[in-house]
Design a protein around this ligand. Structure first.
Ligand code: 1HE
Length: 269
């Protein structure tokens, strides 16, 4: 074992509220505080940052899932009462840092959602690249009714997923979207029956891990930046990125394999 690694094979020492496993090139991180419905306290958020910022180099994709009946009940509300304004700003920034390591980390992340995906739970889900929802999943932003505001990057990420207007509705009226509605408005990419989410998440992570590393980097780090850039900068960045990707030996090998009829075709199954 690498001297710097914990028994699970990862570098980060995790709090009891998180559990990590390795499946070859796939890392799995479980929210493991089911008794508190996986509410995110400071220790958990720091643990998430430590995990994603120190992923071993040979990890090619991550699955983020949760133990218990609910994916995540959001911010640990017991910690909220104690903070003054300056501490509140620092707390929100600590979530931003942790979730940035998910969104712009070493490997694409697939979230597997079930039960409550609410408040900060929806914010962490939004920081992942792919979302698989079991039909028990439901989505809400109860911050409005708790007298607070999102603080984990939700006001930046959620409008990009579902639009500012839907997010306003969720926050002002407490609207809850069920799994089917969430799928229809783009909160999840895949909708599966109860108990099937984890297997689907692993299947997708394996597909992702099989891509060329440069392609995964371009899709997760470059594409979102291009999507926010002015079109002229976007086209230029796209041209440079596509030239870099196709210049890689792995891309040349993959193209050759297709031309020599050794690679799978793009067909419907
Ligand atoms: C908690 C939390 C929590 C549960 N912080 N302790 N999030 C919310 O407003 C959602 C609050 N939670 C709920 O609405 C419900 O707990 C659930 C619908 C998620 C689940 O209901 P249920 O009936 O299965 O569980 P429960 O009995 O409500 O909760 C079990 C225990 O977990 C209980 O503690 P116990 O000591 O009495 O057993 C709850 O107090 C505890 N618990 N959720 C602390 N969130 C960076 S800004 C982000 C802003 C937000 O995320 S705001 C949204 C907060």
């Amino acid at each position: 074992m690498d001297a710097g690694k914990t028994p699970s094979g990862f570098h980060a020492k995790l709090p009891d509220s998180l559990r990590a496993e390795r499946r070859n090139a796939i890392a799995v991180l479980f929210l493991a505080r089911a008794k508190k419905r996986n509410a995110l306290d400071d220790a958990t958020v720091y643990g998430i940052e430590a995990f994603f910022s120190t992923l071993p180099e040979d990890i090619k994709a991550v699955v983020l899932a949760a133990e218990g009946e609910h994916f995540c009940s959001g911010l640990d509300l017991t910690e909220l009462a104690e903070r003054d304004i300056a501490q509140g700003v620092a707390h929100s920034r600590s979530w931003h840092r942790a979730f940035e390591h998910i969104e712009f980390g070493r490997a694409p992340v697939v979230a597997v959602l079930h039960g409550a995906v609410v408040g900060g739970g929806l914010e962490i889900a939004a920081a992942c690249h792919i979302r698989v929802a079991e039909s028990s999943a439901y989505y809400a932003l109860p911050e409005g009714s708790r007298g607070i505001f999102v603080g984990g990057g939700g006001s930046v990420r959620l409008p990009r997923l579902i639009g500012t207007s839907r997010m306003m509705d969720m926050m002002l009226t407490g609207r809850i979207y069920d799994a089917g509605e969430g799928q229809a408005i783009g909160l999840s990419h895949y909708l599966v029956t109860p108990g099937k989410g984890f297997a689907k998440g692993i299947e997708l992570a394996e597909r992702i891990a099989g891509n060329a590393a440069m392609t995964n980097f371009a899709v997760t780090h470059v594409l979102p930046r291009i999507a926010q850039a002015d079109p002229a900068s976007g086209y230029l960045t796209e041209a440079l990125t596509s030239a870099i990707a196709q210049g890689e030996k792995e891309a040349k090998d993959r193209l050759k394999a297709f031309l020599e009829k050794r690679a799978p075709k793009t067909v419907r199954h």
